[in-house]
Design a protein around this ligand. Structure first.
Ligand SMILES: *[C@@H]1O[C@H](CO)[C@@H](O)[C@H](O)[C@H]1NC(C)=O
Ligand SMILES: *[C@@H]1O[C@H](CO)[C@@H](O)[C@H](O)[C@H]1NC(C)=O
Length: 575
């Protein structure tokens, strides 16, 4: 067959596959029906509304469809960018045994005898073949893997961001894969994070990331204006154990470099929803005109919290005090529980306590020996006490019906990562249980069970939902979380819903790009051949000559090989 025809047929054969895979990969949120939930909580309707953001369904000049929730948070869990530490040649050096052999042979090493020198040389030769070479191959594989993984994660961020159009973005901790890396490697991973994986994203400026206070300026207004669009680019980075270490590892230096590269670890943001109806506007509390009202201006408070050192013992008591002071400031500057119209979103890394069996991760604590400081070495969940700080402290829920607001607390939700598998939990306290507060304790069940038992609607059962976002790593299906909040003007309360949008494992991403590369290679080769033919080169003849030559060589090697084997076996030569 002529070379050009061969290439053309190959191209035509692979092209449809490449096109189909690429279209699916680059439009996967569309094929998977991903969309931020809307007030009806119907995923199909939500998808129809999201379509209106895009050509050809977009209605000219209508902007963002009004049905879409005014607050849409794209939540990504545990990207864990790996690096140096997983590449053997970076940790063990490049061909270390070959270097040793060279030294032995060049008499650069000390040995008691020549026999010893020969022995060590042979030793290192074995290691060269069975350690160095496999390590180099593994390093090459790992380098390609790391490089492509950055783009795989980038693909998730870019594609979901483009299709669903979030108003805010958060990465829920473990941005990098290890807290043990040195400063240079940390900087490198920071650059990869900002310039490759989350390209187009921006660090939240320090002057915007505020410590809680009574009098504050809102961080943004929930409109579709140009001004509020800066929040679609800013990434609210939560600090995780692989970024700075658990309480037993967390030092000021590790915290400093994290905050410098990724943004502050503890801060709050306040987003206000404008009230356009003047009648409704009049119902809002105002010290002078309307002091009796319990209606606040609709507002979402986003609280980022470093929960690495909520539990004890911590290595740095200074940093632990920072966290505790911050939590106290959040509580101290919250609106009173009786008021309506506020909503708190807590973004943190380690999930709250729940007994074994509710999520994949069960309670687990490990500590350093006391000789090494005795701090927390590892933990899967927060302790029950630290967890109560969220529900009873920040959200003001209580088992005591005589507490402020009958113990029903402030509306809110907790989002976190850490448990790569993800989880959706409901934590509640049964106020009708027993007669005293001591009889009532926190109960923890999956959100699904809570809904089937209709616990969230039960009187005297205040509770809060905790969403642990499944990791965006390939091994966990490249997930992205979509949290929507909208305002119920009648009840004067925020409502929320959450949905997942998963790309699937990294293998399909790899497959598509390899097939695409083959198509491009075939096209280039075909054009090259046609170009040569146009210049009068007989490509077919040369190709035939090349094939014939290779076949001859091959035959020669083959016969030589059999002859040698025959000689070695001692069989007489035939002929
Ligand atoms: C709402 O009321 C406040 C005063 O409480 C006023 O400053 C503001 O202009 C009003 N907005 C609208 C849209 O009526
Ligand atoms: C709450 O406690 C009451 C009284 O013990 C009990 O009847 C009820 O079933 C409890 N609620 C749940 C959801 O278990």
């Amino acid at each position: 067959m002529a070379v050009a025809t061969f290439l053309r047929r190959g191209f035509c054969l692979v092209l449809p596959l490449a096109l189909a895979c690429s279209i699916w990969l680059y439009l996967y949120p569309v094929f998977k029906g991903c969309a931020f939930p809307i007030a009806s909580r119907d995923p199909i309707e939500a998808f129809q509304e999201t379509k209106k953001l895009h050509w050809p369904y977009a209605e000219p000049d209508n902007g963002v469809p009004t049905e879409l929730a005014p607050f849409r948070l794209l939540a990504l869990g545990d990207p864990q960018l790996e690096g140096d530490t997983s590449i053997p040649v970076k940790t063990l050096g490049f061909l270390p045994h070959l270097k040793k052999i060279a030294k032995h042979v060049a008499f650069q090493t000390k040995h008691s005898s020549l026999r010893e020198r020969v022995r060590m040389t042979l030793h290192d030769t074995v290691d060269f073949y069975f350690e160095d070479i496999p390590n180099v191959l593994e390093s090459i594989r790992k380098l390609i893997d790391l490089f492509c993984n950055d783009f795989y994660l980038a693909h998730i961020y870019r594609t979901v961001h483009w299709w669903t159009r979030p108003t805010h973005v958060t990465v829920l901790g473990d941005l990098v894969g290890s807290q043990w890396i040195d400063d240079a490697e940390f900087e490198r991973r920071g650059r990869r994070f900002w310039h490759r994986t989350f390209r187009g994203g921006e660090r939240v400026p320090d002057e915007v990331a505020l410590f809680p206070q009574r009098e504050y300026d809102v961080s943004g207004v929930l409109t579709n204006s140009e001004e509020s669009s800066v929040w679609t680019r800013r990434i609210l980075n939560v600090v995780g154990n692989h970024d700075v270490g658990y309480a037993g590892d967390l030092t000021e230096e590790r915290m400093e470099r994290f905050e410098r590269v990724f943004g502050k670890a503890n801060y709050e943001l306040r987003f206000e929803l404008p009230v356009t109806d003047p009648e409704l506007n009049k119902t809002i509390v105002d010290d002078e005109t309307n002091p009796e009202s319990l209606r606040l201006r609709p507002e979402i408070r986003v609280v980022l919290l470093n929960d690495m050192n909520l539990d004890t013992p911590a290595k740095s008591s200074v940093l632990q005090d920072v966290t505790y002071n911050y939590v106290n400031a959040i509580i101290g500057n919250s609106h009173d529980v009786e008021f309506q119209g506020g909503f708190t979103i807590i973004l943190t890394h380690i999930p709250t306590y729940k007994p074994k069996g509710v999520c994949v991760d069960a309670p687990y604590f490990d500590f350093y020996p006391s000789s090494e400081g005795g701090g927390v070495r590892e933990q899967y969940l927060l302790s029950p006490d630290a967890s109560r700080g969220f529900f009873e402290g920040i959200l003001g829920v209580s088992g005591n019906t005589n507490a402020d607001g009958k113990g029903l607390g402030r509306p809110g939700v907790i989002l976190n990562g850490h448990d790569h598998a993800g989880c959706d939990t409901y934590h509640f306290i049964n106020q009708t249980n027993g007669t005293t507060q001591a009889d009532r304790s926190w109960e923890h069940i999956t959100w699904e069970d809570a809904q089937t038992q209709e616990i969230p609607a039960m009187p005297g059962h205040p509770g809060r939902r905790e969403i642990t976002v499944r990791s965006m790593m390939g091994g966990f299906g490249g997930n992205a979380g979509l949290l929507s909040l909208w305002f119920d003007w009648e009840a004067w309360e925020w409502r929320f819903e959450y949905a997942d949008c998963a790309l699937g494992t990294q293998h399909f991403w790899w497959f598509t790009h390899i097939v695409d590369a083959i198509v491009i290679a075939l096209a280039v080769a075909y054009l090259g051949v046609r170009g040569l033919e146009a210049k009068g080169v007989n490509v077919d003849k040369r190709a035939c000559a090349l094939v014939a030559f290779l076949r001859k060589r091959n035959n020669e090697l083959w016969t030589r090989g059999t002859k040698t084997a025959a000689k070695a076996n001692g069989t007489p030569k035939a002929g």
